[in-house]
Design a binder for this molecule. Structure first.
Ligand SMILES: Nc1ncnc2c1ncn2[C@@H]1O[C@H](COP(=O)(O)OP(=O)(O)OP(=O)(O)O)[C@@H](O)[C@H]1O
Length: 324
């Protein structure tokens, strides 16, 4: 890196630190952004004596594809669960378009527009791929007496489901059983189920885990396409190469704390982020230590068309870092 680039990186890194540490709302705002769609304000989650999240704040703006990253145990999934209502924050608040979600059930949050695509894919295996999506499309809807009389609900939901399957690129598997699908298709099915709920905010929990390089790249493209069609997305992911490629803004957690936020490249040059991922080694001396060195490459490639092995718990490598 030349001196100019080094200085620019240092300035950017400093700004991400400033964003992480000092701003009144606790979050960095992308240029031109209006009011946040989702606001996480000073959320703390304790499990007994363990503080899984420690006073974390950040905003998600409409239309964004925000990456929420951090090493294992950083608190990412707990944060996601605090947003969806699975976990109740010990302190702090989560609000959607200015209205607190505190005390609202998971179902109510879904009806308000929060949809979660889970890391562990569990479709109903005794019904077809399309019916799995149609079921999600119908969930939570009130069927009008007239519509019920005309028996239109199933038809409409199947039509809607087919649109979702096309969006995620698995329409050709619509009438097949989920039981025979490789992991790559099941991940897309899980995403179609979440999209069928017409979310205002789609939360993706490690969608690329277990996929080989090509599958992960392709699914990341699909996620970027869905975002480009107007769906706001929060992406939790250990595959930092793909995160860097498709996200415009990152929030980094480590040990329950927000340690950086902002432009992906600046965030990745932030010494605190490097230390979190690399266990304290600096990159300047060409050494790679800690988690990243222990984990090696992101995930082992699988056979074409076959599910890859489950990604090991520590799968992250820092882009730009030398490989072990
Ligand atoms: N229900 C729970 N009860 C007790 N401790 C929990 C619970 N859920 C999470 N934790 C702990 O909270 C911390 C944060 O966990 P969390 O799963 O949110 O991290 P993460 O960043 O998602 O990690 P990973 O990338 O490995 O999935 C960890 O120390 C974890 O063991």
């Amino acid at each position: 890196m030349n001196a100019t680039a080094t200085n620019a990186a240092a300035t950017n890194a400093a700004s991400t630190n400033a964003a992480a540490n000092g701003m009144a709302t606790g979050t960095a705002r992308p240029a031109g952004a209006g009011q946040p769609l989702l606001r996480v304000s000073n959320v703390t989650v304790r499990f007994g004596g363990l503080t899984a999240i420690d006073s974390v704040s950040f905003d998600v703006f409409a239309g964004e594809l925000l990456g929420l990253i951090g090493p294992n145990g950083a608190g990412k999934t707990t944060m996601l669960r605090s947003i969806t209502g699975v976990v109740r924050p010990t302190e702090g608040d989560v609000s959607l378009e200015g209205s607190s979600l505190s005390g609202l059930s998971i179902d109510r949050r879904v009806r308000l527009g929060l949809a979660l695509s889970q890391q562990l894919v569990k479709p109903l295996r005794n019904i077809s791929v399309i019916d799995n999506v149609a079921l999600a499309a119908g969930a939570g809807k009130t069927v009008s007496p007239l519509r019920a009389l005309l028996n239109r609900s199933d038809v409409m939901e199947r039509e809607q489901a087919m649109v979702m399957l096309e969006r995620v690129g698995i329409a050709r598997h619509a009438d097949e059983s989920p039981a025979i699908q490789p992991l790559g298709v099941l991940k897309r099915l899980e995403m179609a189920r979440a999209l069928a709920q017409s979310p205002r905010l789609l939360l993706l929990d490690e969608p690329l885990a277990g996929l080989n390089t090509k599958e992960a790249h392709s699914l990341a493209d699909t996620i970027a396409d869905i975002n480009a069609q107007g769906v706001t997305i929060v992406l939790i992911e250990h595959n930092l190469g793909e995160v860097m490629r498709i996200c415009k803004r990152l929030v980094v957690l480590d040990n329950g704390r927000r340690i950086a936020e902002g432009d992906p490249r600046a965030v990745m040059n932030d010494p605190a982020v490097r230390t979190a991922y690399l266990g304290g080694d600096t990159m300047a001396d060409g050494q790679q230590g800690g988690q990243a060195a222990a984990s090696g490459q992101p995930s082992q490639p699988s056979q074409p068309g076959q599910p890859g092995p489950s990604a090991p718990a520590t799968t992250a490598t820092v882009p730009g870092a030398p490989h072990a």
